[in-house]
Structure formats: structure tokens, C-alpha cells
Design a protein around this ligand. Structure first.
Ligand code: ZN
Length: 381
């Protein structure tokens, strides 16, 4: 392929193909780091990300996306496109790698989709989308908890095997220098895919006992897929828990999910980054008790207010629709500076970046953090 960097020679092994792609990437991360000269030994991206997750000293704030930062222009630049990058391990790894090498992020996050890998392996029909569309579930498959069946060979299903292989490739190629974030959907989010959003939410009122049974059965999906990602080389995992403000009351968390979520990080064996969209200031007090390391939060929540209430490490909260997708690099800079002033621990887009956002704005998140650090501006704490 001439207009991109994807190497299509199928006689090469996965590792070799990924190395060819890596060699062709521009290497922006090195370039922009030169901007940051202080005469002290620089941390590697992975060291910086892991130190930030542990609240240890960092040479500058980490920028690490728990969800997708892929855009259509990034896909075009690489010549690697959706849906193939969801279905081929080398393409998935290469597109994720561009998040570090082209955009300068401290991590790579190869699972771009939202729970559709697990859903397909459970039997949900999935539309895998295209260059401009993310994957989506076509319809639900179950109506009661007795119908839930997690196949014994769930982990070998191609929809699961591909991201695991992509993580292994990335671990082998850049795993000592760059953080790797995997992703699972917790049982609440997976229930939306398998039972349908409105059916499941209605059940929380009409049949709360069945909701608890469903969550108890579906938690195994996250544990099995999560453990396999950690074995493959993931340093941390995004844990989707869409128990979201515009869908359900805050008290649903302690009623249904808190106890299950409390065991998740230990069961999976790596730091979890709890992800819940929307306004969450009314429920962060509950999330604090779930024993997970970090919270990926949205810009609908004032970062200083969230910092005052959250006990978890905070990741986010740069707005997608108005700033990264429709704003200028200056708007990105303003949002990043506001989040850093509020001492948000790790800077990232608030959720998956819209595919039609300009790549320059996704990169501007990193450039703004470097500028903030170089200016010597003091953080709140
Ligand atoms: Zn989200």
C-alpha cells in the first residue's frame, strides 16, 4: 500500500509486519519531547503513566487515553482503517501504536470499540462499522438471566483472540517504554449489549432480583477477558461501567454494582480505570468505595469539584464534542490548563474521540501538557 504505512505482505509474521509499520511512523513523540528540556533524566512514557497511576512523582503530567483516540485522518495517514483494525491483530496494534508515535500519548490502547468484542463472542450480532463509524450491537439476545451462556471457549473466539494478540504484539515491540491500556466492559455495561438498554433499565425497577442475578453471571466475562489481557501484557485496563447520570439514579450503584466492582481489580490483577460517562459528581462518593485505582471522567463535571470529592486517581476530562471535535488548538490548550490547574492526575479526552475530530486537536492535548510543564506553572497541589 503506497498512500499509507500499512505493510500488506502476508509472508511476514505479525511481529515483523508491526515492526515495518513502526519504522514508517513519523516519531512525533520524540520530536515533541525535545520541547521539554530540563537537564533531568526523562522518564519513559510507561514509567510516567504507571507513576501517575500510583500517585508517585512524575517528570511531567502523564497523557494517557483509556478509550479510543483514533480519527478518520489518523486512519488515512496510516492507510489502516476500521473495521479491519478491529479484526486484524497487526492492524489493530499498528493503529494503537500511532497514538504514541504520531500523537505523543504515554500509552497505547488497542481496543477501540466499546464492549463489542465481548458481545460478539457471547453471540450478539455486531455491525463493525467503517472508517467513519464505530462498531455497534445490532440487537439484544437475551431477556432473562437463565438464558445467559458464556461459552467455555469464549477466550478463543476470534473477536477476543484478535485484541489479545494485538496486546502481545505491542508488549513485545514497545512494552518496556510505552504503557498499554486494555479494556473490558463490566457486567452493567455488558447487560446493555446483551439485554438491550431499555429492557435492562426497566428491569431495575420491575425485577431487581433478576438484575442482580444477571450482573453476578456477566461479571465472569470481564474477569476472564481482563485476566487474559493482563497475561498478554496490558499494564492497566479501562473498566466500562455505564451507570450513567442521565440513565439511572446514583443509589443504583450501591444497590446493584458496588460489591461486584469491589472485587474486580483483585480478580483481574491490574489497576482498573473505572469509566462512567456523563455527570457523575452525584455518585462519585459511591464510586470511591469500589477499590479501583482510577476514574476516567467527563467534562460535564467541573474538574476542581471532582478533585475535591474523588478519592481515586483522576483521568480525563477534556471535552470531545465542543473542544476536540469542533474547537481550536487554543480551546484544547485552555481545557488542558484548567484540568491541570485542578490537579487532574492524568490528562486525556473524556471518552472515545469522535472519528471526525481533527487529529491536530488530539495531538494538541499532549502539546498543551508539555507547554504547561515547560512554563513551570504550579499545579494546585
Ligand atoms: Zn464514555
Amino acid at each position: 500500500m503506497r498512500n499509507g504505512v500499512y505493510v500488506q505482505d502476508s509472508s511476514l509474521c505479525h511481529c515483523h509486519r508491526l515492526r515495518c509499520i513502526k519504522g514508517n511512523l513519523y516519531g512525533i513523540s520524540q520530536d515533541i519531547e525535545h520541547f521539554w528540556i530540563r537537564g533531568i533524566a526523562m522518564m519513559t512514557s510507561r514509567e510516567r503513566f504507571l507513576a501517575a497511576l500510583r500517585r508517585q512523582h512524575v517528570d511531567r503530567p502523564s497523557v494517557a487515553n483509556p478509550t479510543s483516540i483514533v480519527t478518520t485522518d489518523l486512519q488515512d495517514k496510516l492507510g489502516i482503517h476500521f473495521p479491519y483494525a478491529h479484526q486484524d491483530a497487526t492492524q489493530m496494534a499498528a493503529l494503537a501504536l500511532a497514538g504514541h508515535m504520531e500523537l505523543g500519548y504515554d500509552v497505547v490502547s488497542p481496543i477501540f470499540a466499546g464492549g463489542t468484542h465481548e458481545a460478539e463472542a457471547l453471540g450478539v450480532p455486531v455491525r463493525w462499522g467503517d472508517r467513519g463509524h464505530m462498531p455497534a450491537c445490532e440487537r439484544s439476545i437475551w431477556t432473562t438471566d437463565d438464558e445467559i451462556k458464556i461459552p467455555d471457549d469464549f477466550i478463543d473466539h476470534p473477536a477476543i483472540a484478535v485484541p489479545l494478540e494485538a496486546i502481545r504484539l505491542l508488549k513485545h515491540e514497545i512494552g518496556t517504554e510505552v504503557g498499554i491500556i486494555g479494556k473490558v466492559y463490566g457486567p452493567w455495561s455488558m447487560a446493555y449489549h446483551c439485554f438491550g438498554l431499555s429492557h435492562f433499565l426497566k428491569m431495575t425497577i420491575k425485577n431487581p432480583g433478576m438484575v442482580s442475578d444477571i450482573l453476578e453471571k456477566l461479571k465472569d466475562v470481564a474477569v476472564r477477558f481482563g485476566r487474559a489481557q493482563v497475561e498478554a501484557g496490558a499494564d492497566a485496563l479501562c473498566y466500562g461501567a455505564h451507570i450513567t447520570g442521565d440513565l439511572i439514579r446514583p443509589e443504583a450503584y450501591p444497590q446493584f454494582l458496588e460489591e461486584i466492582d469491589q472485587g474486580m481489580e483483585a480478580a483481574i490483577g491490574a489497576p482498573l480505570i473505572f469509566h462512567c460517562c456523563g455527570r457523575t459528581l452525584d455518585r462519585i462518593g459511591y464510586f470511591n468505595t469500589n477499590a479501583q485505582t482510577a476514574f476516567h471522567f467527563e467534562s460535564q463535571n467541573d474538574p476542581a469539584e471532582m478533585k475535591a470529592l474523588a478519592e481515586m486517581v483522576l483521568i480525563g476530562n477534556i471535552n470531545n464534542p465542543e473542544i476536540i471535535r469542533s474547537g481550536s488548538c487554543d480551546d484544547v490548550r485552555h481545557a488542558v490548563f484548567t484540568a491541570l490547574d485542578a490537579d487532574v492526575n492524568i490528562i486525556a479526552p473524556e471518552c472515545a474521540v469522535p472519528l471526525d475530530a481533527p487529529m491536530a486537536n488530539v495531538r494538541a492535548v499532549v502539546e498543551s501538557v508539555l507547554e504547561y510543564s515547560a512554563s513551570g506553572r504550579e499545579r494546585a497541589v
